[in-house]
Ligand binder design. Structure first.
Ligand SMILES: C[S@@+](CC[C@H](N)C(=O)[O-])C[C@H]1O[C@@H](n2cnc3c(N)ncnc32)[C@H](O)[C@@H]1O
Length: 216
């Protein structure tokens, strides 16, 4: 099965628009210089985020978890001409690498990098967002969701990455496994929320698409 999955992944890569040179370099630099490089969105997920952003055409995007800037650059592509993406990263050691690539991407005027916790800082922007990408600390997902509900526009979409958590969501988490516990809590919060429609899309580590229900 593993072999087949790898072959399918290769097939998908070969039948998806090539990763552009800058993003490929960012992917490489992330793997060379940063701890836990697996966290980077990468080619396929990056393309999916880019497509979603093109479809929504958001004016304001909020991203929780810049990491090295890969997903921020992908999401920024679909912004309206006067749009802006605010991305938050708590680890200040990542700022330089991310800002270097954001500058080279040509999106400096559309991507605002913030260093610090999104939970503390994002509400201070006093903005409503058309698209919110939740991709920070898995233990904080329930808190991100509460905040996202406050900051999303009525017609907005929330995306949350890693919601299958390497398949651990169908196992009983150990008492010390806060990551799985909080992902499970988040998934249930979303499922029980009468204000939204939601679907888990099973690519990579699972991504939930959440749409605010239209007010009648
Ligand atoms: C999975 S990585 C993000 C990957 C990136 N979005 C991408 O797709 O390339 C998660 C990042 O969230 C950051 N983070 C954790 N807690 C945070 C918080 N409260 N606010 C902002 N960033 C946070 C971590 O330091 C880490 O760099």
């Amino acid at each position: 099965m593993l072999q087949k999955n790898t072959a399918i992944e290769r097939y998908i890569e070969q039948h998806t628009t090539q990763e552009d040179h800058l993003l490929a370099e960012l992917n490489r630099q992330t793997h060379l210089h940063v701890l836990q490089p697996r966290m980077v969105s990468g080619h396929i997920q990056g393309k999916i985020l880019e497509m979603i952003s093109y479809m929504i055409k958001p004016k304001f995007i909020l991203e929780i978890g810049t990491f090295t800037g890969y997903s921020a650059i992908c999401l920024a592509k679909g912004l309206t001409d006067d749009g802006c993406l605010h991305t938050f990263e708590i680890n200040d050691e990542l700022e330089e690498l991310a800002s270097d690539f954001i500058e080279r991407s040509g999106y400096t005027n559309k991507i605002v990098q913030h260093v610090g916790s999104a939970l503390k800082l994002a509400p201070n922007l006093n903005l409503k967002f058309d698209l919110i990408f939740i991709d920070g600390d898995k233990r904080e997902y329930p808190e991100y969701y509460k905040m996202a509900k406050e900051l999303i526009t009525d017609e907005g979409f929330i995306l949350a990455d890693n919601v299958l958590w390497d398949g651990k969501v169908i196992e009983t988490p150990t008492p010390t496994d806060l990551y799985t516990q909080q992902i499970l809590k988040f998934n249930q919060m979303v499922q029980d929320d009468p204000d939204v429609e939601n679907v888990i899309v099973p690519f990579r580590d699972g991504m939930t698409f959440i749409k605010m229900k239209r007010k009648k």
